[in-house]
Write a protein that binds this ligand. Structure first.
Ligand SMILES: NC(=O)C1=CN([C@@H]2O[C@H](COP(=O)(O)OP(=O)(O)OC[C@H]3O[C@@H](n4cnc5c(N)ncnc54)[C@H](O)[C@@H]3O)[C@@H](O)[C@H]2O)C=CC1
Ligand SMILES: O=C(O)[C@@H]1CCC=N1
Length: 270
């Protein structure tokens, strides 16, 4: 358990670190058990930390051993962030990275100790994310349970044994919210071209995608069944799907997009 004596140390309080922090507080973790290290938090984040009474440092302070170290900086600055963070790692510390691409071998080289590599996604901000993770051999069952409980404040957590899968997870669910938001943009623009005022088209597109997401969340039916439920024979949906599914349909484009993200995640490893 994290405590003021063995705090939960968050390195990087940006979009994802901030989302996780909000989830931890909501789940009952005491502000006094959290230490945030970020040299340049947004003004809003700095105010929030101060209002909540959470200790914030612009550099890693001396004399602290983390219970859990949550690494939430960009992959490109991870190595620089790890050097001072080494002093936070003790024998009972578990370090949890959420960075795209950065491998367990990288963290073993630059940080050492018990490492969990994970990938959440931005719906974590509304506790509707999903995270997949993998642990190195130094992670004990108790550390794994601790990491699981901290990550699951943002939504379900999936553990995999094969680290290579994490790049594919990053491409599918890590980046995936952006594909859906782009779909909303495209739907709204198509509606505008059919004569809808732009703001109404955007409201309709947003509500349609978020409502469809919620229906999928609550329904026991699979995505294909939910799609078929919308599709009346010879109706309007069938007319649209005939276009989206013509030839091989949308699949090859999605294959290419997710493959590009997958390869980019692999390239960020070093
Ligand atoms: N944004 C997303 O959808 C997802 C992001 N990730 C991963 O999460 C990590 C963070 O991404 P975001 O939150 O989007 O980035 P962000 O740019 O919003 O936040 C990064 C934070 O790190 C801070 N920072 C920079 N250098 C630092 C240092 N040396 N020590 C401590 N803090 C430092 C920055 O001031 C900033 O507040 C990345 O590694 C990314 O790959 C993973 C899944 C989804
Ligand atoms: O675009 C990125 O690299 C990060 C990782 C997954 C989502 N955002």
């Amino acid at each position: 358990m994290v405590s003021p004596a063995a705090p939960l140390v968050l390195i990087g309080a940006g979009n994802m670190g901030g989302a996780m922090l909000a989830g931890w507080l909501e789940s009952g973790i005491a502000p006094g058990a959290i230490l945030v290290v970020d040299p340049r938090p947004s003004d809003a984040m700095a105010r929030r930390l101060s209002d909540l009474g959470i200790r914030h440092e612009t550099a890693v302070p001396l004399g602290v051993t983390a219970g859990v170290l949550l690494l939430a900086v960009k992959p490109q600055v991870m190595q620089a962030a790890l050097e001072p963070a080494r002093s936070l790692v003790g024998p009972d510390t578990v370090s949890v990275s959420i960075a795209a691409g950065k491998t367990i071998a990288f963290f073993e080289e630059h940080l050492g100790g018990a490492i969990v590599r994970s990938i959440p996604n931005t719906p974590a901000m509304v506790r509707r994310g999903i995270t997949a993770c993998v642990a190195n051999a130094a992670v004990t069952p108790a550390m794994r349970a601790e990491a699981d409980s901290l990550l699951s404040v943002c939504g379900p957590v999936e553990w995999v044994d094969d680290e290579a899968l994490i790049d594919a997870v990053t491409a599918l669910s890590g980046s995936g919210p952006a594909y859906v938001f782009y779909l909303v943009e495209c739907m709204a623009e198509a509606g505008r071209k059919c004569g809808l005022p732009a703001d109404l088209a955007m409201r309709l597109a947003r509500a349609t995608v978020s409502g469809a997401g919620e229906l999928m969340h609550q329904s026991p039916d699979g995505a294909a069944t939910l799609r078929q439920n919308v599709t009346s024979p010879n109706g309007t949906t069938a007319a649209a799907l005939a276009v989206l599914m013509a030839g091989d349909g949308l699949q090859p484009l999605m294959d290419q997009a997710i493959n590009a993200a997958w390869r980019r995640s692999q390239a960020l490893a070093g």
